[in-house]
Design a protein around this ligand. Structure first.
Ligand code: ADP
Ligand code: ASP
Ligand code: MG
Length: 460
């Protein structure tokens, strides 16, 4: 059971978590609980680290006090048992002293390498998981804190590490499984891991979902539950469309595509471990635990909708590479993609014409170097402030006219790229970011509004 930032935001949210875990324990036995940092804490920690590295110690001290206060307030409200309260207060205060020392070190060294940033960012989950463990214990649930750095073993790609499957499964069997067997609820911070040699790593922003799925696979869980602040996977981004509907069932493939193309409710890698072990994934609302949520499985029941949902990724960059001389020559695409590989930047959408290749990238931190390297053998044009909009559904395979209807629905919106890949599970278009809200709303109105069969309000 993974609880996101808003689901552990304060004592009230953690109180709901306790009720949900208690109910699940009674129903199916002790679950493993994976928690995110309290909401906004990861952002605050990363800002403090960056400021510290720039020599700004004032902001850093105030920031640490603010985050510490939130943790102590939650302890104050939830941990009634005096012995448990004293123990967790001591531990949390000591962790904060360590955090302060780390930030001071960054200020002295004037550096914030990905490795240092990971050690600072990991504090959010390490702390929230301590508080949640104590809160569960105080509520009479036999919970035990697990150090995620001993349970999730990763490579050394700081800020975006990948789990080493064999090592992680062995660690989970050692650190987590015995507690479950003894009827205890293991609680660990998501997002965080460590290399074989013990250096702290993180799985990338939003990575707690991924942690939960890795643990689920490792312990052969019967289900992976993602508890968040919405009723499930919605038919469109709720930050754009006013009342999207809940999608009751998704296939693993559909969920992966939606997560990959911007549905933030699920980290894009979450589905990989679930598929590997064929474990159903549920997305559930911690504010409305009785709502049915979204169930993601290998073979969901058939439905007659043309698509299951829309997703979008905003503020992306289109890189257009043109070469009249070389495009048709073999080896050109290898050379082109090697540049993106060299600068560790993943490409989301690709389209080609005879003389040009267009790609989209989400992470533009290395853009300057990428453009310089591409310019050695081709003409390069960069378009910032773009967005991709993606329609997803298994039914697209058997609907040859879908792309035509989608493009007709976008009449008047200038499109930069259009793509339908081999999975035939999605059609993706790229446009100016300024146009994407209108475009998504228009398509959502056409396919979902005024249709019946919404699962909003359905209960478990
Ligand atoms: P958590 O902290 O629980 O991990 P996130 O903020 O990472 O939560 O993800 C949940 C948010 O994802 C929602 O509040 C919503 O704004 C956003 N979101 C974007 N697209 C979708 C979608 N298609 N369905 C549901 N939520 C979405
Ligand atoms: N706390 C981390 C983040 O904000 C991980 C997560 O919440 O999933 O990115
Ligand atoms: Mg998230």
């Amino acid at each position: 059971m993974k609880f996101g930032g808003t689901s552990v935001a304060d004592a009230e949210a953690m109180g709901r978590l306790i009720d949900i875990v208690r109910a699940e324990s009674a129903l199916t036995g002790p679950p493993v609980v994976v928690v995110s940092a309290m909401s906004k804490v990861t952002d605050q920690l990363l800002t403090m680290a960056t400021k510290a590295a720039a020599g700004d110690r004032g902001v850093m001290a105030a920031g640490v006090d603010d985050v510490l206060k939130r943790h102590l307030a939650a302890i104050e409200t939830l941990v009634g048992d005096p012995a448990t309260r004293a123990a967790v207060t001591t531990t949390v205060t000591a962790e904060f002293e360590e955090l302060r020392a780390m930030l001071t070190a960054l200020a002295i060294l004037r550096e914030a390498s990905p490795r240092s940033l990971d050690t600072v960012a990991a504090a959010g989950e390490l702390l929230s998981s301590r508080v949640v463990t104590a809160a569960l214990t105080s509520a009479g649930i036999d919970a035990v804190w697990i150090d995620a750095r001993c349970a999730i073993v990763t490579d050394d790609q700081y800020m975006g590490a990948s789990p080493l499957t064999g090592e992680t499964h062995a660690a989970l069997a050692r650190e987590v499984a015995p507690h479950l067997a003894a009827g205890r609820v293991p609680v660990l911070g998501g997002f965080v891991g460590a290399t074989v040699s013990g250096a702290t790593t993180t799985l990338g922003r939003g990575g707690s979902d991924y942690s939960a799925a890795i643990v689920g696979e490792g312990i052969s869980a019967s289900e992976i539950q993602i508890w968040t602040d919405v009723d499930g996977m919605l038919t469109a981004d709720p930050r754009i469309v006013a009342s999207p509907m809940v999608v009751s069932h998704l296939s693993f493939g559909e969920a992966s595509e939606l997560a990959y193309f911007g549905a933030k409710v699920l980290h894009p890698s979450t589905i990989l471990p679930a598929v590997a072990a064929d474990i159903p994934v549920k997305i559930l609302n911690s504010r409305r635990p009785a709502a049915a949520g979204t169930l993601i499985t290998a073979r969901p029941p058939a439905n007659d909708r043309p698509i299951v949902a829309l997703a979008c990724k905003r503020n992306i960059t289109v890189v257009e590479v043109t070469s009249t001389r070389m495009l048709m020559a073999h080896g050109f695409l290898r050379r082109l993609f090697e540049v993106f590989e060299r600068f560790r930047t993943s490409v989301d959408v690709v389209t080609t014409s005879e003389v040009s290749v267009s790609v989209t990238i989400d992470d533009s931190r290395r853009l300057k170097e990428i453009v310089a390297a591409l310019s050695e053998f081709a003409e390069v044009n960069v378009a910032p402030d773009m967005a991709l909009l993606c329609a997803v559904g298994e039914n697209l395979r058997s609907d040859p006219a879908f792309a035509i209807r989608m493009l007709a629905g976008l009449d008047g919106v200038p499109l930069r790229m259009v793509s339908q890949a081999a999975s035939r599970r999605n059609v993706t278009v790229v446009m100016r970011d300024a146009d994407v809200a209108t475009a998504m709303s228009r398509l959502h109105d056409a396919w979902f509004a005024a249709k019946t069969g919404s699962s909003v309000g359905a209960t478990r």
